[in-house]
Design a protein around this ligand. Structure first.
Ligand code: FMN
Ligand code: SF4
Length: 396
């Protein structure tokens, strides 16, 4: 049975955010989002107001700017965006419309994960309803100078297309391969135009911030991690599901809510996240401590941690786009190393080599996929070194 705690987002009055936004000038909308302190809910944690400010200020050759909603949600263990898309599509589209107003864009695109195709008809219907209600199109809310519309683009099931520049490549009809950065999308994104790429949850909270005020949002959470956060909690818990907590919540509190108090470890942030052992469950889920785009995977007391690591490593071997060597080859070498460790065939020296390889991948890979792919392995080695080395036969 999957649990759904009450979501603050569900209580936000329809169009209150959009009405509040168009009563301000675009720069004041950006300022409101900046004052809320909100950081992006997609994982990287870039301040949303600053991203909008940069996109609004960047020169646009033909006057075009784009708002892209990243609904690719492919991180293993993350499913909170799916719930928002299913239940609160209006609020997401409202957030996109506010972003369009703030950065001076007339076109928004929601990039929908291929596997979420079953949501497409409802999303299209919601867009049609909003057009008919004067909430999209020309003259939004009776303002002749405000034109904005949204279309949905369906992805094809590649995890790397969640990376914002690969997503833009895919939108332009090419293979979803990450671009070199800089330039960042806010300067040169879709078709070379300034583009803000934001997570589904980020855009929904943006609408809530305009509706309820920056102070309301900033009063929740910690100084550097403001606001509530949706978490997708899965694995060895009695009550998996989507939960809302203020940022700064401890892992222990999350486990108590979801029924995972006996966990031996938690992977916060999904396959590319951090493995936190039980002795560190007082750590906080926040941008200044353990960060996550939303995934909390609970590992029960009887799990083999190396089996968990091997499972995640297969994911990266399969999902690497192959463009750069540290990620393409490094992930295969890490997988082989984990398999050797599981068989007790890995020497302590080779384990050191694997640790160095992981650290090299973190700095030398071209995009966030390769940079974060060794995270779970490295945090596991740090936390369970003696246990893992205990599997190495002394004679090797
Ligand atoms: C491999 C990879 C996959 C990603 N997948 C997603 C995703 O599914 N959804 C998402 O919002 N961000 C994803 N991101 C992060 C995006 O690149 C980008 O930082 C995010 O969409 C920005 O939105 P935000 O500032 O609102 O968080 C991914 C990053 C990487 C490296
Ligand atoms: S890090 Fe991996 S996914 Fe990213 S560009 Fe390199 S090979 Fe592709």
């Amino acid at each position: 049975m999957s649990v759904r705690t009450p979501m603050t987002l569900a209580s936000v009055e329809a169009e209150a955010g959009l009405r509040a936004a168009v009563a301000l000038d675009p720069a004041a909308v950006v300022a409101t989002v900046r004052e809320s302190g909100m950081k992006g809910r997609g994982g990287a944690g870039f301040p949303t107001g600053l991203k909008w400010q940069l996109a609004a200020a960047a020169p646009a050759a033909d006057g075009r700017r784009y708002v892209v909603c990243n609904a690719d949600e492919g991180e293993p263990g993350t499913f909170k965006d799916r719930v928002l898309l299913d239940e609160l599509a209006d609020l997401i589209f409202e957030g996109m419309t506010i972003a369009g107003y703030a950065i001076g864009s007339t076109e928004g695109i929601l990039y929908l994960r291929g596997e979420y195709i079953y949501l497409l008809a409802d999303l299209e219907e919601c867009l049609a309803r909003r057009r008919a209600a004067g909430l999209l199109g020309t003259g939004i809310l009776g303002r002749p100078d405000f034109t904005f519309d949204i279309r949905v683009h369906l992805g094809s099931g590649a995890y790397v297309c969640g990376e914002e520049t690969a997503l833009i490549e895919s939108l332009e009809g090419r293979r979803g391969e990450p671009r070199n950065r800089p330039p960042f999308p806010v300067i040169s994104g879709l078709h070379g135009a300034p583009t803000t790429v934001n997570n589904v949850e980020t855009l929904a909270w943006a609408a809530a911030i305009l509706a309820k005020g920056a102070d309301w949002f900033a009063a929740i959470g910690t100084d550097r991690s403001t606001g509530p956060k949706l978490l997708s909690i899965s694995g060895d818990v009695t009550r998996p599901g989507v939960y809302e907590f203020p940022l700064g919540v401890s892992i222990a509190e999350v486990l108590a809510a979801a029924g995972g108090e006996d966990a031996r470890a938690v992977i916060v942030g999904g396959a590319a996240g951090t493995c936190v052992p039980a002795r560190a469950f007082s750590r906080a889920i926040s941008y200044e401590d353990v960060r996550t785009g939303g995934a909390v995977i609970v590992i029960g007391p009887y799990r083999d941690m190396l089996e968990v690591a091997e499972n995640l490593q297969w994911f990266f071997v399969n999902e690497s786009c192959g463009q750069c060597t540290p990620c393409r080859v490094g992930n295969i070498k890490l997988l082989e190393g984990i398999q050797m460790l599981r068989r007790g065939e890995c020497t302590p020296e080779h384990l050191e080599d694997l640790t160095r390889l992981g650290a090299t991948m973190q700095v030398a890979s071209k995009c966030g996929l390769g940079q974060s792919s060794p995270n779970v392995f490295l945090s596991l080695i740090q936390s369970y070194r003696s246990e893992i080395l205990g599997r190495v036969p002394a004679t090797i």
